[in-house]
Design a protein around this ligand. Sequence first.
Ligand code: 3AM
Length: 182
Amino acid sequence: MLRLFVGIPMPEAVVERLSSLAHGLPGARWVPPENYHLTLRFLGEIDEGTAHDVDEALDLVTGPSFPLTLSGLGSFGSGHKQHALWAGLVDSDPLLHLQAKVESALVRSGQPPEQRKYSPHVTLAYLTDTPPAKLANYMGANGLFQAGPFTVDRYCLYESVLGKSGATYHILQEYPLGGWGV
Ligand code: 3AM
């Protein structure tokens, strides 16, 4: 079985900017810079035959390249239990368009439809028992973060290998954008 997701890698200059944020927050387990990505769709554990179908479906998704800008920081969780820190994005219709095309291609290939609303973000850290006041201080110091714009000219099928010290991601396939498809 393969644990797969579809995502967009960050260019090196953006990786550098994001990694400059990775300090000064108690209870944060920082994502290794080589793992920064924007998830389009989490697939979960699938067998090799199904992975082949997924790859064939994604191969048919075409579209233009587009600019993307990271902007602001946020966290997932409720109240005192925030569990992830992330960088947000300037609203991007081309990104939502790509995500919708990926989603419908995956459903056509037999994947169950995604139930959760798409909430684009780049995860920076997983949080455990981070004191709310420390998170507020961190947001105060870093919340105006901006990076880009950069050009999204491909998206990727990733394998996530879970290990004792966190996940390692491997790009299995790249799907170029920027052709004539819309
Ligand atoms: O984009 P991020 O880093 O937030 O949280 C996981 C990560 O998202 C998410 O898929 C990305 C690559 O692992 N993920 C992990 N398990 C998930 C699940 N069961 C999940 N997303 C949805 N459902």
